[in-house]
Design a protein around this ligand. Structure first.
Ligand code: SF4
Length: 494
């Protein structure tokens, strides 16, 4: 999706290979918002070094593909995109192809050996190397702009148990990624002007047995409190009205500095920035949602009453094998507490279906939990085997067909819940940020309410604007819901 890159012709500010005609760089950013922030940081460094960012791959001298390696389908999409972009070297203008991101951490050697068109690779822990890899400038050697990273006893203990081991991965460099950008790091936003992500932490110390993110992204580490606030203030001054804090587990924020309830403190401080309208965070770890966090969300209008807590499963047996713990009863109690503390809270979760050995009984426990918990939004992924994850060596793997059939079944249960919940919103009024003309038809506008995280949840189509109102993208309007579908809403501006 090269269109992610903003079509901003940047002025050359420093020496380049040819300062009269700056190197044109096209970026394709795949995967999650955390990867998008990495892309924005790399684009910022390139722009500062004098490169010109272009939105079409056909216009680029250098193409960078920032890849995702989350599950098999994401890896496949990354490889397909690299191959697609490689054609611009043989048939088009491009003279360099650089591959960055999670796929590099996982398959560094394979990428270089099997795709000769790839000129250089840049892992998640060496973003500064994008300058040398693209030929725009020598790589920055100073680390002074970046956080002083702390060590966390939990991560150190897990490291001793082999949690972060990448020894069996061909070509993985010995050191785990340790990079984390700072408020002083240049960054070029690829999101619409009114909304931005801020990565507040990187890496993960949890031991989930289906996940290789800790090996790809390193141990958990937080950005300094003041650095996050400084970045948020700067973004707000530049016109951003919605900030989404991201990290593998934002609810652990600050633990490596010895901060308790760091996320709640951060949200409280961000709620004091006048220009901001909405602040939200993704993602919460189930047993890290504290009373203080819930009360903080409830106490501030600017903090969206929205919690995304990926539960992964609800059967205690499966959760134990996933090395996560918890179960339906505990989860239902925490959801009840969240709903009691934050009236009207929007709850989102995601599940992994078909984990090795998941029995029909365990799957039914999950289905029943989905019926009982009535999440506003839910995603379901089929289990995907990852070499290097603890579950890789588990026996009793389910067939792909069975996994997909269970996944569909779960989504059907949720579809009915979603339909009922969306119908109950008809007639209600909400604030809505307008996001422009609908991607589906020019006849409708599209927007989001506080119940909708950027690019994740359903849509709100706007089909009626009062006379005399000139709707503007990025502006907030009061709207009334007039129609509801399974996941999407239709509203009119009032
Ligand atoms: S919490 Fe678990 S699933 Fe999420 S990134 Fe960490 S190890 Fe992976």
């Amino acid at each position: 999706m090269p269109t992610k890159t903003p079509p901003v012709p940047l002025r050359s500010t420093s020496k380049n290979a040819d300062s009269a005609s700056p190197t044109k760089v096209g970026f394709v950013s795949l995967g999650c918002p955390k990867n998008l922030v990495d892309s924005e940081v790399m684009m910022g460094m390139l722009a500062q070094a004098g490169a010109q960012m272009v939105s079409g791959a056909e216009d680029a001298d250098v193409i960078v593909v920032n890849t995702c390696s989350f599950i098999a389908s994401a890896q496949q999409e990354s490889v397909n995109t690299i191959l697609e972009m490689a054609k611009h070297k043989s048939d088009g203008r491009a003279r360099k192809l650089v591959v960055a991101g999670c796929l590099v951490e996982r398959f560094r050697n394979e990428i270089q050996q099997s795709i000769p068109e790839v000129d250089a690779v840049v892992g998640t822990g060496e973003l500064q190397a994008i300058l040398a890899a693209t030929g725009v400038a020598p790589a920055a050697t100073s680390n002074s702009l970046f956080n002083i990273l702390q060590s966390r006893p939990e991560g150190d203990a897990r490291a001793a148990q082999g949690r972060f081991s990448r020894e069996t991965w061909d070509g993985a460099i010995a050191d785990l990624p340790n990079y984390l950008y700072d408020d002083a790091t240049p960054r070029l936003l690829a999101t619409p002007g009114h909304t931005a992500y801020i990565k507040i932490a990187e890496g993960c110390d949890h031991p989930c047995s289906f996940c290789i993110i800790p090996q790809l992204r390193g141990k958990f580490r937080s950005r300094r409190f003041e650095s996050v606030i400084a970045e948020a203030e700067r973004l707000a001054r530049s016109g951003v009205r919605e900030i989404t804090l991201i990290g593998q587990d934002t609810t652990c924020y600050g633990e490596d500095f010895g901060l308790r309830d760091g996320l709640a403190l951060l949200l409280e401080k961000l709620a004091g920035i006048d220009e901001l309208r909405w602040v939200r965070f993704l993602y919460a770890y189930p047993n890290k949602i504290t009373s203080r966090l819930l009360e903080t969300i409830a106490a501030h209008d600017k903090i969206c009453s929205y919690i995304d807590v990926p539960l992964q499963h609800a059967s205690p047996g499966v959760l134990k094998r996933m090395k996560r713990g918890g179960g339906a009863d505990i989860f239902l109690r925490s959801l009840e507490k969240a709903r009691r503390t934050i009236p009207g809270v929007t709850l989102r979760t995601s599940f992994i279906v078909g984990f090795p050995g998941e029995t029909e009984q365990e799957f039914e426990e999950l289905c029943q939990f989905v019926r009982d918990s009535e999440f506003d939004w839910m995603g379901a992924f089929g289990y995907s085997d990852q070499e290097g994850a603890g579950a890789f060596s588990e026996e009793k793997k389910l067939s792909e067909r069975e996994i997909e059939s269970r996944r569909r079944h779960l989504m059907q249960i949720q579809r009915k819940i979603s339909k009922r919940k969306k119908k109950a919103l008809v007639g209600e009024e909400f604030d809505l940020v307008l996001e422009g003309t609908s991607e589906e038809t020019d006849l409708l506008l599209e927007g989001r309410t506080a119940m909708h995280a950027p690019e994740i949840d359903g849509k709100v189509f706007v089909n009626d604007v009062p006379e005399g109102v000139e709707p503007k993208t990025g502006e907030f309007y009061r709207c009334q819901v007039t129609e509801a579908h399974d996941y999407d809403l239709v509203a009119r501006i009032v």
